[in-house]
Design a protein around this ligand. Structure first.
Ligand SMILES: Nc1ncnc2c1ncn2[C@@H]1O[C@H](COP(=O)(O)OP(=O)(O)OP(=O)(O)O)[C@@H](O)[C@H]1O
Length: 432
C-alpha cells in the first residue's frame, strides 16, 4: 500500500476512530498519478457514503500531501452490475409484450404484499378484481399518499391476470405515459391507432392520475376511452393521491365517472404492519428483532422509505460482514430517523391530515362534510388527550371554532370510542 495512503489512513483514524475507518476504507485501492490520488472502492454505495460523510476531511488530509483525491468504483464491479442491468433489460422486454404497456415489476405481486388494517380493503378489492372475470367493481379507484402500495397492487392485478387469464390483454400505464402517447399520436397524425390500441385492452390501469390535472385535451381523450371500455365490460383500475371528489383540475364529468365504481383508501401503515413488512423483507438476513423494531418505530413516512432504510442496513451487513448493534444502525439511518418532537396541536393536525389524506385548510374550514368533520373531531379529541391545550385554544387551532364546538366534538368521539379505537391507535402511532 502506498505510504502516502497509509499516512492518510492513520490521520483519518485519529479523527474518525479505528472502526469507522476500517468500515469504510478497508479494501480501498489507491493509484497516484502526478498530484492526483485515485481511490478505488468496491461499490457505488461506498463511494457515495464516503463522499457524503467524509469527503471534506479526506481532502484536507490529502492536501497536506499536495494531492487532490478522487473516489471511483472498481471497474470489474461496475462491469458486473452493468451485465446485471442488461439481464434485467431482457426480462423487461420479455415482460413487456405489448408496446403500450409499461413493464410490470416482478417483485410486485400479491404474494409479496403484506396486509394490515391500513391496506386490507385495498388488497381485498384488488384481489377480487384480478380473480373475477365479472366486472364487480368498475372502475376500481385506489388512492392514498405516496409510497403506500398503490402501484404494487396494480402490478399484482396485472401479473395475476397474465398468469391466470392468458387471453386477457393487460395494459398498465402511468398517467404521464398516457399523455405522452397521446401527444405522440397527435404529432404523428395517427390518432386512429392510438384509439384502437387502447380500446383493445381487457384491463387498463392508469397510475398517478393526479398528473392529468389541468391537462384538458388528454383528459378528454381519456374520458372517451374510459366510457368505451366500461361499456364493453372491460376493467379499469386507476390510482391517485386523492379520491375522485377531491382531485382538482379534473373535469367534473370525468371525476364523477372515476368515482362511480369502488373507491378505496390506503392509509399509512401502523407499527405492526411496518414490522411485518420488515420481517418479511429481511428473511434470510442476519438482522435481529431489536433492530427491526427500531426501524419500524422510527421510519414512518411511507413503505417506500421503510424499504429504503432496511436496504441500507442490509447493504452494510453485506459489505462489512459484521454483526450489527443498535448504535451502528442509528448512525446508518440518521437521515431516516425522525427525532421525537413534543406533541403539539400542530403535530396532531399534520398527522390527522396525513392519515385522512386531506389538506390542513379543509380540516380547519367550516365544512361539515363527513370526510372532514370526523377528522376534525378526532383532532380536537386528541389535542385534549395528548396536550395541555384548553378548549378555547383547541377551537382556535382548528380554524377559529369556539370552545362549545370543541367540547361537543370531543364528546362525540368519546361516545364512539369503541368503534374508533383501532383508528385512534394508528393515528397516535403516527404522532409519536
Ligand atoms: N403492503 C406492502 N407490502 C410489501 N411491500 C409494500 C407494501 N406496500 C408498499 N410496498 C412497497 O413499497 C414501495 C412503494 O410502493 P408503491 O410504489 O406501490 O407506492 P405508491 O402508493 O404507488 O406510491 P406513489 O404514489 O409514489 O406511486 C414498493 O417497493 C412496494 O413494493
Amino acid at each position: 500500500m502506498s505510504s502516502v495512503w497509509q499516512d492518510i489512513l492513520t490521520e483519518l483514524k485519529s479523527k474518525l476512530g479505528d472502526s469507522t475507518v476500517s468500515s469504510w476504507f478497508d479494501g480501498v485501492e489507491v493509484n497516484i498519478v502526478k498530484d492526483k490520488l485515485y481511490a478505488c472502492v468496491k461499490t457505488k454505495f461506498i463511494a457515495n457514503w464516503i463522499k457524503n460523510h467524509y469527503l471534506d476531511i479526506v481532502q484536507d488530509i490529502a492536501k497536506k500531501h499536495n494531492l487532490s483525491i478522487e473516489f471511483e468504483v472498481k471497474e470489474t464491479l461496475a462491469k458486473e452490475s452493468s451485465s446485471k442491468i442488461n439481464n434485467q433489460k431482457n426480462e423487461i422486454s420479455y415482460n413487456n409484450k405489448n408496446e403500450y404497456s409499461l413493464p410490470l415489476s416482478k417483485d410486485m405481486v400479491f404474494e409479496t404484499f403484506i396486509v394490515g388494517r391500513s391496506n386490507e380493503m385495498a388488497y381485498t378489492s384488488a384481489l377480487r378484481i384480478a380473480q373475477s372475470e365479472e366486472r364487480i367493481f368498475n372502475p376500481l379507484f385506489l388512492y392514498g399518499p405516496v409510497g403506500l402500495g398503490k402501484t404494487h397492487l396494480m402490478h399484482s392485478i396485472g401479473w395475476y391476470i397474465k398468469k391466470n387469464f392468458h387471453n386477457n390483454n393487460v395494459c398498465y400505464l402511468s398517467a404521464e405515459q398516457f399523455m405522452l402517447k397521446f401527444i405522440n399520436a397527435l404529432k404523428q397524425k395517427d390518432m386512429m391507432s392510438f384509439k384502437e390500441e387502447l380500446r383493445s385492452f381487457d384491463i387498463l390501469m392508469i397510475d398517478d392520475f393526479q398528473f392529468l390535472s389541468g391537462k384538458d385535451s388528454t383528459q378528454e381523450e381519456f374520458f372517451h376511452t374510459f366510457v368505451y371500455l366500461i361499456s364493453q365490460g372491460k376493467q379499469l383500475v386507476i390510482s391517485a393521491d386523492k379520491p375522485p371528489s377531491e382531485l382538482s383540475g379534473i373535469e367534473e364529468r370525468l371525476r364523477s365517472r372515476l368515482g362511480s365504481g369502488l373507491v378505496v383508501n390506503l392509509h399509512p401503515a401502523n407499527y405492526e404492519l411496518r414490522l411485518s413488512i420488515l420481517k418479511e423483507k429481511s428473511i434470510g438476513r442476519n438482522i435481529n428483532d431489536e433492530i427491526l423494531q427500531f426501524i419500524a418505530e422510527n421510519v414512518k413516512s411511507s413503505i417506500r422509505e421503510l424499504g429504503g432504510a432496511l436496504m441500507r442496513v442490509i447493504a452494510y451487513v453485506d459489505f462489512f460482514k459484521k454483526d450489527l448493534d443498535l448504535d451502528t444502525v442509528k448512525g446508518i439511518l440518521k437521515e431516516f430517523v425522525q427525532h421525537k418532537k413534543p406533541i403539539t396541536p400542530e403535530l396532531i393536525i399534520d398527522s390527522i391530515c396525513k392519515y385522512y389524506n386531506i389538506e390542513k385548510d379543509e380540516l380547519c374550514s367550516k365544512s361539515r362534510k363527513r370526510n372532514i368533520l370526523k377528522p376534525r373531531q378526532i383532532a380536537m379529541y386528541l389535542c385534549r388527550e395528548l396536550t395541555d391545550s384548553s378548549l378555547p385554544e383547541i377551537g382556535r387551532f382548528l380554524g377559529g371554532k369556539d370552545h362549545t364546538t370543541a367540547m361537543h366534538s370531543i364528546k362525540k368521539i368519546e361516545q364512539s370510542i369503541d368503534s374508533l379505537e383501532s383508528e385512534l391507535q394508528d393515528i397516535k402511532q403516527m404522532i409519536k
